[in-house]
Design a protein around this ligand. Structure first.
Ligand code: HEM
Ligand code: HEM
Length: 144
């Protein structure tokens, strides 16, 4: 089960980055184009939301089955930057990013028919993407 989840989490990371980036670019285009936020624009927000939700669920399970997750949590783990990344920084920052993206989608959903939805998505998905990029284990992913 561990290997399967590890591969799923690793592969889904591409879709998360791609989905959030497309949602963000579409929102920026709408924002600067001064358009009305329609239901079609809301659906573009789902491109970022869906892979992100799936990824966080897989990550959460992975945290309990991976030797790099909870199993390696200790005082010493905090002294090493790589173990601290997996045990603490990656999970915490990713959860924060998922929460921000979910709040962004949720707010924007209620702004269909106004011009404000684009700005909402742009801000929340934008900060979310920066947080995600900041705590991806770049020395292990995408691998070689
Ligand atoms: C949007 C959210 C997330 C993204 C984009 C993401 C991305 C990644 C990537 C790219 C890796 C490296 C995979 C590899 O070595 O090939 C990784 C590993 C890992 N992630 Fe995440 N992650 C996310 C959320 C989470 C969350 C919420 C948790 C835990 C609560 C988590 C726990 C882990 C663990 C434990 C590993 C190490 C797996 C192993 O190699 O044993 N991730 N993540
Ligand atoms: C423990 C896991 C999960 C939690 C706590 C969670 C939480 C949430 C929350 C709070 C929303 C509300 C957004 C709104 O206000 O409309 C939402 C929406 C959504 N989630 Fe998740 N989610 C989880 C897992 C998943 C998974 C595994 C998927 C499947 C890929 C998923 C797909 C979606 C979709 C498609 C929506 C948007 C629904 C809509 O159109 O309004 N979620 N989720």
């Amino acid at each position: 089960m561990y290997t399967g989840l590890q591969h799923a989490h690793s592969g889904l990371a591409y879709l998360v980055l791609l989905g959030v980036a497309i949602s963000l670019l579409a929102a920026l285009a709408g924002l600067f184009g001064g358009k009305t936020f329609t239901d079609k624009n809301r659906k573009l927000g789902l491109l970022g939301l869906i892979p992100t939700h799936l990824q966080w669920l897989i990550g959460l399970i992975l945290y309990f089955v991976s030797p790099l997750g909870m199993a390696s949590a200790s005082g010493d783990a905090m002294k090493d930057s790589t173990t601290r990344l997996y045990v603490l920084e990656h999970p915490l920052m990713m959860v924060l990013a998922v929460v921000l993206i979910t709040i962004g989608y949720s707010k924007a959903k209620r702004q269909v028919g106004t011009t404000r939805g684009f700005k909402t998505i742009a801000i929340f998905y934008g900060i979310g993407l920066v947080l995600i990029l900041s705590r991806i284990p770049w020395n292990a992913w995408p691998g070689n």
